[in-house]
Write a new protein. Structure first.
Length: 263
């Protein structure tokens, strides 16, 4: 029995590949997967981290070092879980910086930020329903001193976070397998240092979501401006030291080594 004749359209597909509609469909599915991963990842980062803060304020069982460890561990775990799907931003400041550095498509930036805010708000709302916290148990971030002090602390620690992320996640010379450990450890250290001062947000979504759920907006602008500025400066700073065409030992022997470092 002879095989059925191949239609003209089928022949074109066999030669030229699937139609553009299929490519667009695949791109849409991939984007949905990325956004879903960002929602889930941000949900668990906020649920675990803010949950540790809330539980500690309610019954004091977690302790401050415990809170620091929870933040570091949950970020590390989620980076390894969905980092290969969405890039594991979980943070509007990181998404904005990657976009500014042309390492992330601008058309996806707004959707990523919405996904992150949605995941954070759902997590904060879940904690509110499960734990029934009082105003004194606020698990958001508020300045312990002046807003200006917290602003500069947030800029500095987010600079460090973005500098580390840029190194381990975007530089092919780095050991990528340890990206989650490096990022999680940086967050743990930052919370240890800055937690008592500003709450160590480093993430606008982490601060905005509890503020919306518990109606506490004290110093909220600090936790929007600080992380964004710190991440942008940190990302651009790493770009300044990223590319060198010659070994450092050779560069420093020349009188124009600063010129070579800028290449």
């Amino acid at each position: 029995m002879a095989p059925p004749p191949i239609a003209l359209g089928d022949a074109e597909n066999a030669i030229n590949g699937p139609p553009v509609e299929n490519e667009n469909s695949n791109s849409t599915v991939l984007l949905i997967q990325k956004l879903t991963a960002e929602v889930i990842g941000t949900f668990f980062v906020v649920f675990a981290g803010c949950g540790a803060v809330a539980v500690n304020k309610i019954d004091g069982q977690v302790t401050f070092p415990g809170i620091c460890i929870v933040w570091g561990l949950i970020v590390m775990v989620m980076v390894y879980t969905v980092g290969h799907i969405s890039g594991a931003h979980f943070n509007p400041a990181v998404t904005i910086t990657f976009t500014a550095l042309k390492r992330f498509p601008p058309k996806e930036m707004a959707m990523y930020i919405i996904a992150q805010l949605f995941g954070a708000i759902v997590a904060s709302g879940s904690l509110y329903l499960l734990l029934d916290p009082k105003p004194a148990h606020f698990y958001g971030t508020v300045p312990s001193g002046s807003c200006l002090q917290s602003l500069f602390i947030e800029i500095i620690i987010t600079f460090l976070l973005m500098f580390v992320i840029s190194g381990v996640a975007t530089d092919t010379r780095a050991i990528g397998d340890f990206a989650g450990v490096a990022v999680g450890s940086t967050i743990l250290l930052n919370v240890f240092v800055a937690g008592p001062v500003s709450g160590a947000s480093m993430n606008p979504a982490r601060s905005i979501a509890p503020a919306l759920v518990m109606n506490n907006y004290k110093g909220i602008w600090v936790y929007i401006m600080g992380p964004v500025v710190g991440a942008l400066v940190g990302g651009f700073a790493y770009n300044l030291v990223r590319h060198t065409e010659r070994p450092l030992q050779e560069i420093v022997k020349t009188p124009s080594f600063l010129k070579h470092l800028s290449k």
